[in-house]
Design a protein around this ligand. Structure first.
Ligand code: PBG
Length: 334
């Protein structure tokens, strides 16, 4: 192909909105959006989160109102994250496997009222552990992989029995997808329908900071990090191996996280596996947009829209984003 000016003028097809829409290569739809939500005990609570403007921790009654909004907007699924009272946290994250715990209770209630709304549950111990790590550390502080996986399998069972549709293991322990899948296949009842969206390529990122405040794991974590299990931001081949293993172990969907700084990974994963591929536009990325727009540096609505387009262009089938309500409302307006 030889493109030469003036036979070829790129601007011809940019001249008016109708033709721009004709040549648009990717699109954004509400079905691409997943809203992450923070849940807490109590009643009548909608508690602001430091560093995440317009994002709240909801008590169940308030959360149900939010679910109704999601259904009305057409958002297909929400992803639940708990804020656990520090009195309930311990070394093993025992509260994570309590069938009467916060998340199982909330899932049951949402599912009975909004059966058509997909429920994604995070599978990891960090909101439940006194040290804020995603698993169970030994005396040297090294997370014990197989012991942690056993806990995650029980946690997954509890969540699915409560009605969770999609388990989303975000812990980055090795082999957890296979163990969870085997539990689902060999267990009683209809657990074979439960899906797994694996946080396959999850990087040890500084962009999770506002989230850790939101679930209350940040202060417990202190100065320690998660580099012994989350991926090195310098790596890309390794992301493909992680994704491949998770697919082989029985994941139905895979996820890359964070989002915008890792678009190259999204594209590589999508091209290599042609698998349902999701991206998590994480708390720090959201906070940057909000902070910059509050400072008057950019326009939140336009910038967040552009970020969503970037994810779609990179090959993401869906986006977990705190912007989901705003974007969905704009899509509805047309
Ligand atoms: C923890 C988990 C994290 C996020 C989702 N699940 C944080 C972490 O790994 O420390 C981050 C999400 C966000 O920043 O929005 N298992």
């Amino acid at each position: 192909m030889r493109l030469e000016y003036p036979l070829h003028r790129s601007r011809r097809t940019r001249r008016s909105a109708w033709v721009r829409s004709m040549v648009q290569e990717t699109d954004l739809s509400v079905r691409n959006l997943i809203l992450p939500v923070f849940v807490r005990e109590g009643i009548g609570i909608r508690e602001p989160i430091l560093n995440m403007p317009s994002v709240y921790r909801y008590s169940l009654d308030q959360l149900l109102l939010l679910c109704e909004t999601c259904v009305n907007l057409g958002i297909p699924a929400i992803a639940l994250f708990p804020y656990i009272d520090s009195a309930k946290k311990d070394h093993e994250g025992s509260e994570a496997i309590n069938p009467m715990g916060l998340i199982p209770t909330v899932v049951q209630d949402i599912k009975s009222r909004f059966p058509g709304l997909g429920i994604i549950c995070d599978v990891a111990l960090d909101p439940y552990t006194s040290h804020g790590q995603d698993g169970i550390p030994n005396l040297e502080g090294y997370l014990q992989n197989d012991l942690t996986v056993r806990q995650l399998v029980i946690m997954s069972q509890v969540l699915v029995e409560a009605g969770c549709d999609i388990l989303a293991p975000s812990d980055m322990m090795d082999g957890r997808i296979g163990h969870i899948r085997r539990m689902l296949e060999t267990g009683h009842g209809s657990k074979v329908h439960a899906m797994i969206m694996s946080y396959s390529a999850k990087y040890a990122s500084s962009f999770y900071a506002p989230f850790r405040e939101a679930v209350g794991s940040g202060s417990a974590l202190g100065a320690t990090d998660k580099k012994q299990y989350q991926m090195d931001p310098a790596n890309t081949d390794e992301a493909l191996r992680e994704v491949e293993m998770d697919i082989n172990e029985g994941a139905d969907m895979v996820m890359i996280k964070p989002g915008l700084p890792y678009l190259d990974i999204v594209r590589r994963v999508k091209d290599t596996f042609n698998y349902p591929t999701y991206v998590y536009h994480v708390s720090g990325e959201y906070a940057m947009l909000r902070a910059a727009s509050a400072a008057g540096y950019l326009d939140y609505d336009r910038a967040s829209w552009e970020v969503m387009q970037a994810f779609r262009r990179a090959g993401a089938d869906g986006i977990l984003t705190y912007c989901a309500l705003d974007i969905a409302a704009r899509l509805l307006k047309g």
